[in-house]
Write a protein that binds this ligand. Structure first.
Ligand code: HEC
Length: 176
C-alpha cells in the first residue's frame, strides 16, 4: 500500500529542485563570481608568471651587487685593469687566452685561429687601433662576447679576465 504524501511536501520538493538547478546554472556561468568561503588568499596581491616582483626603491643597491656598466662604451670609459701586470698574472692570462681565445683569435691575437676557415674571422686585436682601446673594452668583450663571439664571463673569474687583458697587452707589444 502506497504511503500518502501531502501537497506541501511536493511543493517543498519542487522548490528545492528549482533552487538546486539554478545553483548548478550559476556554477556553470563563469562570468558570475563564485562564492568565496575564505576570500583572504584569493584577494591577496599575486604575481603573474614573468611579472617583476618588488620594485626596488630608487637608488637602492642589492647586497653583494657587482656594479657593472651596462654598455661596452661605459665599460671602456670606466673600467681599469685591477691587477698588477706581473709574471704570475701574465702566466694566468696566457693560459686562459690559450684555453678560450686561441681557436679564433690565433696564438698572437692576429685573428688567424684554427677555426677561422669555417667561422667568422675575428679582427686583429693587436693592431694600432686596438692598442689604443681601453682595458674595459677587452674586459667587457671577454665577459659578454661581441656579436658572433661568445662571452666567457661564465667560464672565467673576474681576475682571470683581467689577466687575459694583460696578456693581450703583451701580445700588442708590451704591457702598458
Ligand atoms: C668562436 C670564436 C671566438 C672566440 C673563442 C673568441 N672570439 Fe673574440 N671575436 C670573435 C669574432 C668573430 C669577433 C668579431 C666580432 C664582431 O665584431 O662581429 C671577435 C671580437 C673580439 C674583440 C673585439 C671586440 C670589439 O668590440 O672590437 C676582442 C677584444 C676579442 N674578440 C677578444 C677575445 C678574447 C680575449 C677571447 C677569449 C676569452 C675571445 N675573443 C674569444 C671570435 C671569437
Amino acid at each position: 500500500m502506497s504511503k500518502k504524501v501531502d501537497c506541501s511536501s511536493y511543493s517543498t520538493l519542487l522548490f528545492a529542485s528549482v533552487v538546486f538547478s539554478s545553483a548548478l546554472f550559476v556554477a556553470c556561468d563563469r562570468s558570475i563570481p563564485k562564492i568565496q568561503y575564505v576570500p583572504d588568499m584569493a584577494d591577496a596581491p599575486t604575481l603573474k608568471p614573468q611579472e617583476n616582483y618588488l620594485e626596488a626603491p630608487e637608488h637602492s643597491v642589492p647586497m653583494n651587487a657587482f656594479l657593472y656598466p651596462k654598455t661596452v662604451e661605459e665599460a671602456e670609459a670606466n673600467l681599469k685593469n685591477q691587477l698588477a701586470p706581473n709574471e704570475k698574472t701574465l702566466a694566468i692570462g696566457e693560459r686562459m687566452y690559450n684555453t678560450y681565445c686561441i681557436p679564433c683569435h690565433g696564438p698572437q691575437g692576429k685573428g688567424d685561429g684554427s677555426i677561422v676557415d669555417v667561422y667568422v674571422k675575428p679582427p686583429d686585436i693587436t693592431d694600432a687601433n686596438y692598442q689604443k682601446r681601453g682595458d674595459g673594452l677587452f674586459f667587457h668583450r671577454i665577459t659578454f662576447g661581441a656579436n658572433v663571439m661568445p662571452g666567457y664571463g661564465h667560464a672565467t673569474t673576474v681576475n682571470e679576465r683581467w689577466a687575459i687583458v694583460h696578456y693581450i697587452r703583451k701580445l700588442q707589444g708590451g704591457v702598458k
